[in-house]
Design a protein around this ligand. Structure first.
Ligand SMILES: Nc1ncnc2c1ncn2[C@@H]1O[C@H](COP(=O)(O)OP(=O)(O)OP(=O)(O)O)[C@@H](O)[C@H]1O
Ligand SMILES: [Mg+2]
Length: 333
């Protein structure tokens, strides 16, 4: 399938998964893939860690004002309004920022900063569980409505919190009878239920625990909220090189290289270890396919000390090829 068309199926992509499975890396990979296909991309980050910028070679966390991670110019000029085609911008959203903007938009500009610095969000959050998530997603909805970029990629919190993050709005909708909170929650739920506007991209590793959690979480999100999913990303996917099929002694004989017997034993032990690992990957990927009816998008494990711009380009290339190999739009649920 055409990469730009695939990325444009929804304007907002929420990248979600268990802690440490590669959400931030896949957020960066999807952003780089979409940008390489000529789209303008805004990445929304919630936690202020360093990983996202580092993937693009930027030091330090991303702040509230948009910054350019890829494309022309060191910083995003606000006057541009929207990233140019092929560029990636990023900004961080927090419940405090979202509340300040919400209050300002509702005629309370003069008091908004003071209210927020006095810790009102904490008081409100205690009184109304889930309001933080609804504030942030409400801001994402506003960005989407304003058409801030062709594609908005949201790096969601780790599963435990991601579940509440994505279910809070429908919970609040059930609890609040009226008023602005209900309106905000209702707008967020509407966004989350509309496949043309928003999809969740679940990320997992080909390992038992993350696979089980992904299967469970996607079912809950689909049943409770009516969320639509893209394919499930299997990050750190590994498939064996063909050399693994040949025992070390045979390879040595075939190539005429003299290898000592302890070295052959060590090579065979390494080969057995890799084969066992690949068997486990295959087993978990098979289980995922049986228990979760989503197309799989395999992103390879890179054997690199860290993911920087060069590694990111390799991952984005692999993602683009996997997308091109996807059968048809209706296979994406
Ligand atoms: N495909 C890959 N190949 C190699 N290393 C990877 C790959 N994907 C992720 N990593 C590495 O794995 C680690 C965890 O990835 P990442 O930070 O993206 O996970 P996360 O799900 O965002 O974690 P957290 O829940 O802490 O936010 C990082 O060191 C990252 O560089
Ligand atoms: Mg992360």
């Amino acid at each position: 399938m055409d990469v730009a068309a695939w990325c444009s199926q929804s304007q907002v992509w929420v990248v979600a998964g268990k802690g440490g499975v590669g959400k931030t890396t896949i957020t960066a990979t999807l952003a780089a893939t979409a940008a390489a296909a000529g789209l303008s991309v805004l990445v929304v980050e919630l936690e202020g860690k360093h990983g996202l910028g580092a993937c693009f070679g930027r030091e330090g966390p991303v702040g509230y004002e948009p910054v350019t991670l890829r494309g022309a110019g060191p910083e995003a000029p606000e006057t541009l309004g929207k990233p140019p085609a092929g560029a990636v911008w990023a900004r961080r959203l927090t419940p405090d920022d979202a509340l300040i903007e919400y209050l300002a938009d509702h005629g309370l500009q003069r008091v908004s900063k003071r209210l927020v610095s006095s810790g009102v969000v904490d008081v409100v959050a205690t009184a109304i569980p889930g309001i933080r998530d609804v504030l942030v997603l409400g801001k994402v909805k506003q960005l989407e409505r304003a058409g801030v970029a062709d594609v908005v990629v949201l790096d969601a919190p780790a599963t435990g919190h991601a579940m509440t993050f994505l279910t809070s709005a429908s919970g609040l909708l059930d609890a609040a009878r009226g008023g602005p909170v209900r309106q905000q929650a209702s707008d967020v739920v509407e966004l989350l239920r509309d496949a043309a506007r928003c999809r969740v991209l679940p990320v997992t590793l080909p390992e038992e625990m993350p696979v089980s959690e992904t299967i469970e979480a996607t079912q809950v999100l689909r049943d409770q909220v009516g969320i639509h999913f893209g394919p499930v990303v299997v990050n750190c996917f590994e498939s064996g090189p063909s050399e693994l099929e040949v025992p070390a002694a045979d390879a040595a004989r075939a190539t005429g290289i003299a290898v000592s017997s302890p070295a052959l034993d060590a090579l065979d032990a390494a080969r057995a270890f890799r084969l066992r690992r690949l068997g486990l990957v295959e087993e978990q990927v098979g289980r995922l396919a049986r228990e979760l009816p989503l197309t799989q998008l395999h992103v390879p494990r890179l054997f690199a000390p860290a993911i920087g711009p060069t590694e990111l380009d390799r991952l984005a290339g692999a993602m683009a090829r996997a997308i091109e190999a996807l059968p048809a739009p209706d296979a994406v649920r």
